[in-house]
Design a protein around this ligand. Structure first.
Ligand code: ZN
Length: 420
């Protein structure tokens, strides 16, 4: 299988570490000089950018968290003037202050190459037809597949959120060879195929590029065996680049991190102590080349393990295990990130609700499928007629859908019947 950028992807680790070290000096200096937040953090820790001379010194730099990004909304984390920013993106569904991420033209160019690297690495070429079945409105990364596929020369079909039947029709008529979607949507398409008696082998599809939610190895096996395609995982972090931080290679033994652009560390999520890469812990990333929105030691809340030994595919870039756990309370339901804190915010705007509520998630093949809320409602609502109750439930559905982008099943209960 071809390697898109062999000079980097197969670089001797010693040379890679030197490159990281060089880039680290630059990003630390830029962050310190241009972002008040970092300058304050360094000053408080009694650190000067000159103190960070080697990768080993990085552990002295304080972590950056999602709360820091929220506290510095909108432009407090930007390291370049706004005239140099060409795109602004804001992830939906976060609670409290939103986050705005900026990108310069150079940042976007790098990002485009990173996804192209991952695509080329699993055999996507100019002969392929890539069907993108991500929600372009809710998933910031969807558009990335278009731009990176175009860089490779593959044809893109932005099928977006068309229902499974339409996706199948497109797949058949256009002879799509690659599907990019959440694994849960791929499962859904597969189920529809089985129900309609369509033999997947009559389609031209050969590769699935799946991500944006945790998917257990059983689902991976199930899709590959029942669909007859190769399924690869792609990883990103909404606050950095998503996708494009890491991706699987043909060896399917972990996701290669684009280490020339991101420096990865593993920490104990409780104590913040640096762990050995091979130990399971929270992934912490430092951007090495991003100009507009540099993040130093950003806590991703994703739990994983790193592998530094060479991969059978020939790449020397470290691999991370597929992320199945988080260190915070975020859950991903059918590819959409949901914070319980956000649900709490929405519920607080309804006087007739609370104080108790429960959040539960039903599963399908080990993946989160449907969000359910058990809500205490006032005696007035509970005692009301069917019509009023339905109107209340509709208002609640709408508010939740607007806030988190998902349909939520709601069960109303007498006050004090639930506690959560
Ligand atoms: Zn590999």
């Amino acid at each position: 299988m071809p390697i898109f950028n062999p000079a980097v992807e197969t670089m001797e680790r010693k040379a890679l570490l030197e490159l990281q070290n060089e880039r680290l000096q630059i990003v630390i200096n830029q962050a310190y000089s241009n972002v008040d937040f970092y300058r304050r953090k360094f000053d408080e820790a009694g650190l000067s950018p000159d103190d960070i001379k080697t990768l080993e010194d990085l552990k002295r730099v304080p972590f950056t968290t999602r709360k820091d990004l929220m506290d510095n909304y909108p432009y407090g984390m930007f390291a370049v003037p706004l005239r140099d920013v060409v795109r602004l993106q804001f992830p939906l569904g976060l609670y409290g202050n939103p986050i705005v991420i900026g990108y310069t033209r150079k940042d976007l160019k790098i990002w485009r190459e990173l996804v192209a690297r991952i695509m080329a690495g699993i055999g996507i070429t100019e002969h392929d037809i890539l069907q993108v079945a991500f929600n372009y409105g809710l998933f910031l990364g969807a558009i990335r597949f278009n731009q990176s596929a175009e860089l490779i020369g593959a044809a893109v079909v932005p099928a977006s959120i068309a229902p499974a039947e339409v996706q199948l029709r497109i797949m058949k008529d256009f002879r799509s060879t690659v599907l990019a979607s959440t694994p849960s949507f791929a499962l859904h398409i597969l189920e529809v195929m089985q129900k309609k008696g369509i033999d997947p082998r009559t389609l031209s599809l050969k590769i699935g590029l799946f991500g944006a939610e945790p998917w257990p190895p059983e689902v991976h096996r199930f899709i590959e065996e029942n669909w007859g395609i190769k399924a690869y995982d792609i990883y990103g972090v909404t606050e950095l680049v998503e996708p494009g931080v890491a991706g699987e290679c043909p060896a399917q033994a972990g996701l290669h991190i684009c280490e020339d652009h991101f420096l990865a560390e593993i920490i104990d999520p409780a104590s913040g102590k640096l762990l050995e890469p091979s130990e399971e812990g929270e992934l912490v990333l430092t951007t090495l080349t991003i100009d507009a929105y540099p993040l130093l030691r950003y806590r991703t809340s994703d739990i994983t393990t790193l592998h530094l030994e060479p991969c059978p595919c020939g790449r020397t870039l470290a691999r991370m295990d597929r992320v199945l756990k988080r260190s915070d309370r975020m859950i991903t339901v059918r590819g959409i990130n949901v914070f319980p804190e956000k649900i709490k915010e929405v519920l607080a705007s309804f006087q007739a609700i609370g104080p108790g509520y429960t959040i539960s998630v039903s599963k399908k093949k080990g993946m989160n499928d449907q969000l359910k809320l058990g809500i205490e409602a006032s005696a007035e609502i509970m005692g009301a007629g069917l019509e009023k109750k339905e109107a209340f439930r509709d208002a609640l559905h709408l508010a939740l859908r607007r806030a988190i982008g998902l349909r939520v099943e709601v069960e109303l209960k007498e006050r004090s019947a639930v506690r959560g």
